[in-house]
Design a protein. Sequence first.
Length: 355
Amino acid sequence: MAALSVLFAHSFPLYGVQLPWLLSVFDLGAFSVRVFFIVSGYLIAKSWANDENIGRYLARRALRIYPGLLMVLLVASLIMGPVVTNLPSLEYFADPILWLYIYHGFALILSWFDRLPGVFADNPFVGAINGSLWTLRYEVLMYLVIACLGWVGLRVRRLQRKYLLLAACILFIACSVALELNGVKGFDLFSRVPVLWRFEIDVVRLLGLGGYFLVGSCLFEFGRHAVFSVKVAVIATGMLALLDFFDVFAGKLVLVYVLVPYCVIGLAQNAPAAVRRSFRADYSYGIYIYAFPVQQLLAMIGLQAGWSYLLVLFLSFLLTIACAMISWHWVEKPFLALKPNSPRARPAAQDVVLN
């Protein structure tokens, strides 16, 4: 749902349609990305808890992220790009921007090179190939944070992992709220930090998304057996509205970090059994990484053919889901089958995605 929500939120700028009033007030795309990080934090904490070997952990993380990422980069640059570019084929393949796109995409520093020669030059959202991939570098950084906290917990036995997670979570949220209250912009801050700017690491984004990730991790460590309460969610939402009414901005920011993960994980834990059984395949990653280039492609075709916004949106949903299914069954799942498992126990089939 979150992946498809990002597709929907991107459809307005990518198709050159004015953003509806409700979406101009509520940033659906940003909210959906937070949901990704909450769920990921929960599942990655579970993965580490199931096997506290740092080598196997990093191998599983790489096998989850990189095969699908490399495939979407190659499909966009070597299949889609030559077909839709306004340059001759020889000129397209001779342009160094093509190879910079693949390299920087695989290195997760794509923002400055999210272009292919002569591709989507006349689209409403000019030139961008895959504007969704920027979140992956923060996802991978949080994988490394979990690995570091877990490693410290193993080396210093008095420091239990869950308390290290809690301390890191509080630190991330406190720093994020402090920067927000002081109006610090991410690129203003990270451009002054040595090394970080070269890897396009926006410190404000890292702290914000990392805070949600770590709250998800803490919910696994401290609240995996807790019962989700609709009453608690409603009361917390009322408190959020009250803080907003009295303009208590700091309290509102902190409460959002708690309320949203509580609702997301609580609803997931209480999903009906029929829903859980129907989602053994995980198409979410494929939807997320293919949606943007599919939408740009259909926006280009749709503008030339005079298609309506609704038709382009509908076709985008269908083609993106089809790409995600192919990505899962032919790329992601086969590579996940190669992941190293803990020698003490092999996970059940339904746990493949979680680990």
